[in-house]
Design a protein around this ligand. Structure first.
Ligand code: ADP
Length: 630
């Protein structure tokens, strides 16, 4: 046996160990992830060195073995990696190796944050073993054949013992963890150990055995060359990752070398999860790996939220294992990866839309609602505008989808605007008086069924020289210049006498309604409806207005313009009645009724009592005429 010597830990390590030994951190299992990562790094280093020059000699399989001794209460992690010489042990395990550890110690000393939170945020490497151990022993033999094996032992308090061993040992490192009394059962239970390995270290590049069983059986498919991977393998991996029973809808496998080296394997699921409605809105994000070791589950910095239907894995070469969540958030490497990934996903969707519109429509039906939130991504505004889809008046099919480009390709000669209207359904839009002129002229209108659509339109604003305009804001005079395809029912033009009566009638209606409307005027846009409400210039659409009022808890009714259709039979009758007696009470009743019906259609009428009472009295009158007429 070589000489045994005792060494004091460097001050900062003592402090760190003190923190770890006394921590009540609940997620103690991460120590296994740290030790397995170290073992994997050591194997990687060995493989690199042995391939370049010196050879460790022995033909040992490159692997990691974990075994537990229930009676002794110990856990042992063995690797056949590069190992360490005595000097290396002193240098590596006697000082703080990585910046995260130093920072953790510093923050812990400042005492501003709880230890639990700190340990959760930082990987703490080798020393994390002291969260579960009374004592840790490291026995290691370097691949350098001249070096003797060494044994390092410490209870993690103030010092450690170091001893050179005379016996020969196989290359590599064995870490023996003597578990704390209350953790013995948990961490000598092989089923538990396997599940911990599966959770954190599933894709480590070397076989991991717990007792005799290989635990990490699914390969890190994202790191393999694309051309070697069969669709079934992707599907299998996807199911393993997401617990989805179905195959993925789309698979996006990318390997990028610059500006940052990373591999990503992303999937678009066939069905959208209940993300939008679910209680747990945080249930999304990609799994972030650094060289096959899981850094963070459901990372939300790698893709914007509107692409959160995408599932998958991103593995970055140059990311330290112990990087903290905060550091991740403003990390340059992460930002570069995120920007590249977003572009890749958008390109993939663009290609799908171009090559297979039907399939893209399937995608849109599942994930479109979520995707639409992307109107806030100003960087990719143009690409976003190409990818959004809407139902449209151009097709009778309620399921048919149009892109803005489709719309433009169908636009009339001289048309400079893309029109859209929001409504609860196709049926509701079919009855929207504002759309009557569009039907008459055969001008296409995109149908918006979700409030977010209007925000999207507002933000897109323009598409290929076309302005996006809400149908209710379109200038009827401009629309009137297009050829009429669907004539109004045969109505004679108003005589010039009647035209001046109409003017007076409109004045009378305005008197009746008072300040409830800003103006009463003859309309160009209507054909089937007697009246509609339109916005004074510069106003937002009714649907948008309602959202804004709801947000500011404003329950007042907006003051709008009442447009009257001079060719409607009811209005013609009103002209006749007005000619006979300007003070006929029917005029006032009809004015109120028409105004409130229009309010009802726009969704502003909150109290229908007056309206219903008036309908009943009008019905009573007209039924009386029926009876007399018979
Ligand atoms: P980190 O792994 O982040 O560098 P650790 O505290 O976990 O920090 O480990 C410190 C160093 O100890 C490692 O960088 C490595 O050089 C060495 N080391 C740890 N475990 C092993 C091992 N199983 N085999 C060889 N070297 C190891």
């Amino acid at each position: 046996m070589g000489k045994k010597s005792t060494h004091k830990f460097k001050a900062e390590i003592s402090q760190l160990l003190d923190i770890l030994v006394h921590s009540l951190y609940t997620n103690k299992e991460i120590f296994l992830r740290e030790l397995v990562s170290n073992a994997s790094d050591a194997l990687e280093k060995y493989r690199f060195k042995s391939s370049s020059s010196e050879n460790g000699g022995e033909d040992l399989p490159l692997e990691i073995r974990i075994s537990a001794d229930k009676d002794a209460g110990t856990l042992t992690i063995t690797d056949t990696g590069i190992g360490m010489t005595a000097d290396e042990v002193m240098a590596n395990i006697g000082t703080i190796a990585h910046s995260g550890t130093a920072e953790l110690t510093r923050l812990a000393q400042e005492g501003k944050e709880s230890l639990d939170a700190l340990i959760g945020r930082f990987g703490v490497g080798f020393y994390s073993a002291y969260m579960v151990a009374d004592e840790v022993a490291v026995t290691t033999r370097s691949m350098d054949r001249d070096a003797k094996p060494v044994r390092w032992v410490s209870d993690g308090r103030t010092d450690y013992d170091l001893q050179e061993l005379d016996e020969d040992l196989p290359r590599g490192t064995r870490i023996e963890v003597r578990l704390k009394e209350d953790l013995k059962d948990q961490f000598t239970n092989t089923a538990h150990l396997k599940s911990v390995i599966n959770r954190h270290s599933n894709f480590v590049n070397f076989p991991i055995f717990v007792e005799e069983e290989r635990v990490n059986t699914v390969p890190a498919l994202w790191r393999e060359p694309k051309f070697q991977i069969k669709p079934e393998q992707y599907a299998e991996f996807y199911k393993f990752l997401t617990f989805d029973g179905e195959d993925p809808f789309e698979t996006i496998h990318t390997s990028v070398d610059a500006p940052v080296q990373f591999n990503a394997l992303l999937f678009v699921p066939r069905k959208s999860t209940d993300f939008m409605t679910s209680m747990n809105r945080d249930n999304w994000g990609l799994d972030l790996y650094a060289r096959r070791v899981l850094i963070q589950h459901q990372n939300k910095e790698l893709l914007p939220e509107y692409l959160s239907f995408v599932k998958g894995v991103v593995d970055i070469e140059d990311l330290p294992l112990n990087i903290s969540r905060e550091t991740l958030q403003d990390n340059v490497v992460m930002r570069k990866v995120a920007s590249t990934l977003t572009k890749h996903v958008l390109s993939h969707l663009e290609k799908l839309a171009k090559d297979n519109a039907d399939r893209y429509a399937e995608f849109w039906k599942e994930h479109g609602t979520l995707f639409k939130a992307g109107y806030m991504d100003f960087i990719h505004k143009d690409r976003y505008a190409e990818l959004v889809r809407f139902n449209s008046s151009a097709s009778d099919d309620a399921e048919a989808l149009s892109s803005l480009a489709d719309y433009v390709s169908r636009a009339k000669e001289g048309q400079k605007e893309i029109y859209y209207a929001y409504g609860a359904s196709r049926e509701a839009l079919a009855l929207n008086p504002h759309l009557e002129i569009f039907r008459r002229k055969g001008i296409e209108v995109l149908y918006l069924y979700e409030p977010i659509d209007e925000f999207a339109m507002d933000t897109i604003r323009e598409f290929k020289e076309f302005k996006l305009v809400a149908a209710e804001h379109a200038d009827p005079a401009k629309l009137d210049e297009f050829e009429t395809l669907e004539k109004k029912d045969d109505v004679e033009d108003l005589s010039s006498d009647d035209a001046s009566v109409l003017d007076k009638l409109l004045g009378r209606i305005k008197d009746v309604l008072g300040g409830a409307v800003s103006e009463v005027k003859a309309s160009k846009r209507l054909s089937d409806s007697p009246v509609c409400l339109s916005n004074p210039d510069g106003h937002v659409t009714s649907s948008m207005d309602k959202i804004m009022r709801a947000m500011s808890k404003d329950t007042s009714i907006p003051v709008k313009v009442l447009e009257v259709n001079p060719d409607h039979a009811l209005v013609r009758n009103m002209i006749d009645i007005f000619k006979r007696d300007e003070n006929d009470p029917f005029i006032e009743q009809a004015a109120q009724q028409l105004y409130e019906s229009a309010l009802l259609l726009e969704g502003y009428l909150s109290d229908p009592h007056a309206l219903v009472g008036r309908i009943q009295s009008l019905l009573t009158q007209s039924s009386g005429w029926y009876v007399k007429g018979k």
